[in-house]
Design a protein around this ligand. Structure first.
Ligand code: NAD
Ligand code: IPM
Ligand code: MN
Length: 356
């Protein structure tokens, strides 16, 4: 029997509501596929920050290191400034464990209606590969002339050749596994003088190593429009940390709801644990109401199993999600037009796993 140690961090807001549904489905899968999952629970959150002044203990990253994967809900809640909560927990995990790929599928699922007219499953099905450890996300910079009329801030971006190349190369390797074998690069080389022309140059260099792959490049502004006008066009879209962040909400937006979108923060070398979490955040506007859609978390569990080498188990979760979404009496949460609770939808997917 294959055994895995999973660090579980529900975090804030609806993270605390959707993570238990993810675990419910993981437990059903583990029973069905004869996998042993042991969970190490960490209650780190903005509440921890209010009590201790830290989002996680000083040795928090060390406590995570020995796990095979990290299963996270969401981080950030009103009451603690977002840059402190996120740079105190989520972002240090991504960086310490060199999770330099944030892999985010954009797929219209059966049973969900796209806001784009006439789109059906199959029409929208691509990957956003987001650089996840550097780029525009940086603590380098600061304020000068504080409190005067000359007050100014500087916010630096760092694009290393090493960091840029490994993200772009991952995108090409991923494209080799798809039917279209097509990589799109997102930049803004007309406005950002140094970083984006550098990215374009690295993209061209790496593309020349993959003569069988088709490529194209867009400035991020028109690419955003193309996501809405022609989403069928895309296969693998590779982007910097910030652009990838924005595209990976826009993509799920055109598939009907961001609440189902998953993500995998991957250390491809498997030297460190990878982390799996939904794309969405803590949703303070609905936290505590028991109506959050748990599918983003459950799909993230499927990506986790696939990463751990349990491909059939991951695929079974997706089959269960799709079967529940297309059932006539599907218990849908309000974001999908239904009246069911988080728990009802999680129960239905777990029950479907047992029926597979
Ligand atoms: P959000 O994703 O939390 O919410 C945006 C909107 O989508 C809200 O109206 C919310 O109700 C809805 N929504 C999100 N997930 C849903 C779900 N599962 N079911 C139903 N509706 C859902 O984004 P935000 O409001 O910009 O951020 C709130 C907090 O979460 C902030 O502190 C932010 O920094 C943090 N955040 C964390 C992560 C993360 O941990 N990876 C991601 C995004 C935002
Ligand atoms: C995400 C989130 C985070 C990010 C925030 C909360 C720092 O938006 O995971 O997409 O920008 O990476
Ligand atoms: Mn985001």
């Amino acid at each position: 029997m294959n055994k895995y140690r999973i660090a579980v961090i529900p975090g804030d807001g609806i993270g605390k509501e959707v993570v238990p549904e993810g675990l419910k489905v993981l437990n059903a899968i583990a029973a069905k596929f004869n996998i042993e999952l042991s969970y190490n629970h960490f209650d780190w959150s903005c509440e921890t920050y209010k009590k201790t002044g830290r989002m996680m203990p000083e040795d928090g990253l060390e406590q995570l290191r020995e796990n095979d994967a990290i299963f996270l809900g969401a981080v950030g809640f009103p009451g603690v400034p977002d840059h402190l909560s996120l740079w105190g927990l989520l972002i240090p995990i991504r960086r310490e464990f060199e999770q330099y790929i944030n892999l985010r599928p954009v797929r219209l699922l059966p049973g969900i209606t796209s806001p784009l007219r006439d789109k059906v499953p199959g029409d929208i099905d691509f990957w956003v590969v987001r650089e996840n450890c550097e780029g525009e996300y940086s603590q380098i910079g600061g304020m000068i002339h504080q409190g005067t009329e000359h007050e100014a801030v500087v916010q630096e971006s760092i694009f290393t050749r090493y960091g840029t190349d490994r993200a772009i190369r991952y995108a090409f390797e991923l494209a080799k596994t798809t039917d279209k074998n097509h990589v799109t690069s997102a930049t803004k080389s007309n406005g950002l003088f140094h970083s984006m022309p550098f990215w374009d140059k690295r993209f061209a260099t790496i593309a020349s190593e993959y003569p069988d792959s088709e490529t194209d490049q867009y400035h991020i502004d028109i690419l955003a429009a193309q996501f809405v006008m022609n989403p069928e066009r895309f296969d693998v879209v590779v982007a910097s940390n910030l652009f990838g962040d924005i595209l990976s909400d826009l993509g799920p937006g055109v598939t009907g709801t961001i609440a189902v979108a998953p993500s995998a923060n991957i250390n491809p070398e498997r030297k460190h644990p990878s982390m799996f979490e939904p794309v969405h955040g803590s949703a303070p506007d609905i936290a505590g109401l028991g109506i959050a859609n748990p599918i983003g978390q459950i799909w993230s569990a499927a990506m986790m199993l696939e990463h751990l080498g349990e491909k059939a188990a991951g695929a079974a979760i997706m089959q269960a999600i799709e079967a529940v979404l297309t059932a006539t009496d599907a218990p849908l949460t309000p974001d999908l037009g239904g009246r069911a609770s988080t728990c009802d939808l999680g129960d239905a997917i777990a029950a479907q796993v047992y029926r597979l």
